[in-house]
Design a binder for this molecule. Structure first.
Ligand code: TRP
Ligand code: ZN
Length: 899
């Protein structure tokens, strides 16, 4: 696309079935880094359900055309062009053979076939297959694939593709081959191949119905000692899907391959999942508790796609949430179960809190900006830009609401019907909703609005208690937050909102709940179904005025407006039986206080801490009945990014001043309690990545982080140095290093000895572990910085470090993204230096890897919400990117931001 061309907008309403279908695909690869020749043989026929077309239009990009034949005869009327290939005047059914070549060694986009670390990998979702060969590269064209790989045997001893290995052997000239057959029909985005010097950890398991399965985790030889956890996670995922959903592994062999150059987290190619190393490799020395948990979640996620995504796939990319929202929901439920969730309500709540934190911080922000879109978008320019928080995380909340409305058993019935109806097909979000409705005899027509309306819904709550009748009524009014114009355009009517509520009596206990018109009380949490703009629900037999516990377990992705007093929030924090809402009460209390202080900081007024907050935090910190992981979450302040978004005008410097002030006050006022928590939560002995042990480490390291805020940091430095040196795991070692970096900036000086020494030691110790060196870069990019030494200087210096490499997405994320997205106070420096750096990096990445560049480009999309000086500087940076960026990916983002 040229610089000035208006981008092509793809619209959902324009969907039309393909004019041709492809039943079988036979691919032959001669794998050579600079020129891989691909021969593709396709069985093509006209689609009886589509408008007839004379020509077959295949998509293709960056391909060299070598030749074409129809039914074995060379075919002349084939035109290769920039976007693909036109085969003119074709018969009704025929075999098409196409030969072409691509250049994997020069492919820096990491889409299509590329080389990483001397090995070959593919990434085809969403539209990468067309960079390998010409095809109807759209998800509603499903075929069975046979794949032959030929390559030099010494350089590429391992040759993998989807499905089952049916033949292998040696060829002349030191080459060899392998032939793979995938028995299941699939869309082209699920194709994969891997070739290179890899080794595997293997396990044999017997599936639920008694079939033998081979599981493999393929990595580079030096990483074999970091594969156990991924394998265990895979086995747990297989068992969980059998038990919870009755879904079994359908192939004889299931492979996971790790690659260090990868644009996203991982990819669910049929039988051959390809993963970013970050979500596979772990041992106690190199991976943190968070890494271990993320690996379990992502391994689960990709495995679960085998049914939700692969066996039943998407009709078109507007339906992306059909597979992603559902599969995120499934991985969330899996992770909750793995932390002992089904029996342990507190463990379940901590997972839920973490998921909701991400949703509110990232998805709510997306809804407030120019990229706001419904869970099922109406249009896009570049589909890669729609692998978003809305499609994934809000999509998962939408799926969760079915379960909240229908119950676990009802949800399972809906899933069963969904597979019964649609196995082997490419379908829509409407098909999923209909399966849920039909299996439960429910009308879910209104629920469709969750897919078509963008923006964050808001539910305002008012209550009244009548002492005479002992009735308590709750009025719910729904609308939307003041989101972006993009979101407002889609808002047509009220949503079907499951609103879970409890009532808490003066003694802190839940009241039994009887709604007016019911004969007896049922339970202590009720899911009210709000379907109108305003509805009043009246509870009877309420003996004293209760305190409402609203939206328990975050039963819908909405903002709740209710005017709690500080004392009421403290009461909920102490007593609510719903662990999520206990946490929520603490967050509301802290947010209120922090926003007030940020307002004062912005006006250069003196800051003072509210004792109510200190008291509430003291109670949580010292409540030994609460699990350490819950206490860690409850004692963590809302992030600076989240707080800045709550202000009428985002002021990152003021938010930072306020939040730092509160951290320092909490550190000082509760010093003895933090020290006690530190001592009490040490985890001696061998490292175990269990939720309990991780909870202890989390609380201990949070205590250390608060202590590192003290003006007199000697004690924190002593503890952190000792912890750094004695650590037998990465969680403790990186937390200690972070505390040392924090303690030195807290005192305002240049990098002092303990921090410098630890930083140097860390680098030398882990020089050969790229994922750990990523942490080393990220820790420095998120450093606080001082007036004398702003973090941008550190970041600029690190860009020239020999270990920095902008072509590796993990490394680019560890330094550039960490600074731009995870260090708001430094990034939004008043002199605009952060924005200049951002624009430089977006432009540099744009030429190498548009997908990654476009992610970084999104970092300024909320520019209109900032204070005037910052806003103007951000606009200038965006305009520079708009003038220079070439890719469709980046252009869509910056043009929407400036529109
Ligand atoms: N389908 C993948 C997942 O969520 C996402 C993914 C992996 C992806 N790699 C990609 C999406 C590249 C777009 C481009 O599990
Ligand atoms: Zn996914």
């Amino acid at each position: 696309m040229s610089d000035t061309a208006t981008p092509t907008v793809i619209r959902r309403e324009d969907y039309a079935p393909p004019a041709f279908l492809i039943d079988t695909v036979d691919l032959e690869f001669d794998l050579v880094p600079e020129r891989t020749v691909v021969k593709s043989t396709l069985r093509v026929r006209r689609n009886p359900d589509a408008k007839p077309a004379a020509h077959l239009e295949l998509m293709g990009e960056q391909l060299e055309f070598i030749g074409a034949a129809i039914d074995g005869e060379p075919y002349a009327t084939v035109r290769a062009h920039e976007h693909g290939l036109t085969v003119e005047n074709v018969p009704d059914a025929f075999t098409l053979t196409l030969t072409g070549a691509c250049d994997p060694a020069a492919n820096t986009t990491l889409s299509g076939l590329y080389v990483s670390g001397g090995n070959f990998f593919t990434q085809c979702e969403a539209e990468g297959f067309r960079r390998i060969t010409w095809f109807l590269d759209r998800p509603d064209v499903m075929a069975t694939y046979t794949v032959t790989l030929r390559a030099d045997k010494t350089a590429y001893p391992v040759l993998l593709s989807n499905g089952n290995l049916i033949a292998e052997g040696d060829l002349s000239d030191g080459r060899h081959y392998a032939k793979w057959e995938d028995p299941f029909r699939k869309p082209s985005y699920l194709f994969a191949l891997v070739a290179g010097k890899l080794v595997a950890l293997e396990e044999h398991i017997t599936s639920g119905s008694g079939k033998e399965k081979l599981l493999q985790v393929w990595v580079e030889p030096h990483d074999l000692d970091k594969t156990r956890h991924a394998m265990d996670s895979l086995i747990h995922a297989i068992r969980w899907d059998e038990q919870r959903f009755g879904l079994e592994l359908d192939l004889d062999r299931f492979m996971i391959v790790a690659v260090s150059d990868f644009n996203m987290g991982a990819m669910e190619n049929k039988g051959l999942n390809i993963f970013n190393t970050k979500y596979v490799l772990a041992n106690p020395e190199t991976a943190t508790d968070v890494d271990f948990a993320n690996i379990e979640a992502v391994v689960g996620h990709e495995y679960f796609h085998n049914w939700t995504g692969n066996r039943v796939t998407c009709r078109d990319w507007f339906q992306l949430s059909l597979k992603e929202g559902l599969t995120v929901f499934r991985d969330q439920e899996f992770s909750a179960a793995m932390s002992g969730g089904d029996e342990n309500e507190a463990a379940r709540a901590t997972r839920r809190i973490e998921d909701v934190r991400v949703l509110r911080q990232m998805q709510f922000a997306e809804d407030a900006g120019p990229m706001a879109h419904p869970v099922r978008p109406e249009s896009y320019v570049e589909i890669n830009n729609f692998y978003t928080m809305t499609v994934y995380e809000k999509g998962a909340e939408v799926v969760r609401m079915y379960q909240t409305l229908l119950g676990r058993d009802g949800f399972r019935k809906g899933m069963d019907l969904y597979f019964q109806r649609h196995d082997g097909h490419a379908v829509t979000c409407d098909d999923f909703r209909r399966a849920m409705a039909d299996a439960n005899g429910r009308d879910l027509a209104q629920f469709e609005r969750w897919y078509s309306q963008a923006g964050t819904p808001r539910v305002a709550v008012t209550t009244s208690y009548d002492e005479g009748t002992r009735c308590y009524s709750v009025t719910l009014t729904q609308g939307y937050t003041n989101g972006s114009p993009a979101a407002r355009e889609t808002q047509k009517g009220p949503l079907h909102i499951p609103f879970a509520i409890g009532l808490i009596g003066p003694d802190g206990a839940d009241l039994p709940l009887r709604l007016e018109g019911e004969t007896a009380a049922q339970g202590t949490t009720r899911v009210l179904e709000l379907t109108e703009t305003q509805q009043t629900f009246t509870f009877a037999d309420v003996l004293a005025k209760p305190l409402p516990s609203l939206l328990r377990n975050f039963s819908a992705p909405v903002v709740v407006d209710y005017d709690y007093g500080n004392d009421e929030l403290a009461f909920l924090l102490a007593h609510d039986s719903d662990a999520f809402n206990r946490w929520e009460a603490g967050q509301r209390l802290a947010t209120r206080e922090l926003l007030a202080l940020a307002g004062r900081a912005a006006a250069s007024q003196p800051l003072e801490i509210n004792d109510a907050l200190v008291d509430a935090f003291r109670r949580v910190l010292t409540d030994e009945l609460l699990s350490p992981s819950f206490r860690e979450l409850a004692l963590m302040l809302p992030s600076e990014t989240y707080l800045a978004e709550q202000m009428a005008q985002s002021d990152p410097a003021a938010v930072h001043a306020a939040r730092q002030f509160v951290r320092k006050q909490l550190a000082a006022a509760l010093k003895a309690q933090w020290l006690a928590a530190y001592e009490r939560n040490v985890t001696p002995g061998a490292y175990e990545p269990t939720p309990e042990a991780a909870g202890h480490r989390g609380l201990k390291n949070l205590a250390l982080s608060y202590l590192s805020e003290l003006d007199d940091s000697a004690e924190a430095v002593r503890l952190a140095t000792a912890q750094y040196e004695a650590a037998n795991n990465m969680t403790d070692r990186s937390a200690a290093l972070s505390a040392l970096l924090n303690a030195q900036t807290a005192t305002g000086g240049a990098l002092d000895d303990p921090a410098r020494a630890a930083l140097e030691d860390f680098y030398v110790r882990f020089e050969k572990e790229p994922l750990v060196i990523d942490k080393w870069f990220a820790l420095q990019a998120t450093q606080r910085g001082t007036a004398q030494r702003p973090t941008i200087e550190t970041v600029r210096a690190l860009m020239g470090h020999p270990a920095f490499n902008i072509r590796n997405p993990n490394r680019a994320r560890s330094l550039i993204f960490s600074f731009c997205a995870a260090n708001p106070a430094q990034f939004h420096a008043a002199d605009g230096s952060g924005y200049t750096f951002w624009a430089d990096q977006v432009i540099a990445l744009d030429a190498l890897n548009p997908q990654v560049a476009a992610r970084l480009a999104r970092n300024l999309e909320l520019w209109r919400r900032f204070t005037p000086t910052l806003r103007d500087a951000m606009r200038a940076a965006l305009e520079r990117v708009a003038a220079e960026a070439k890719s469709r990916d980046v252009r869509e983002i910056v043009e929407k931001a400036l529109a």
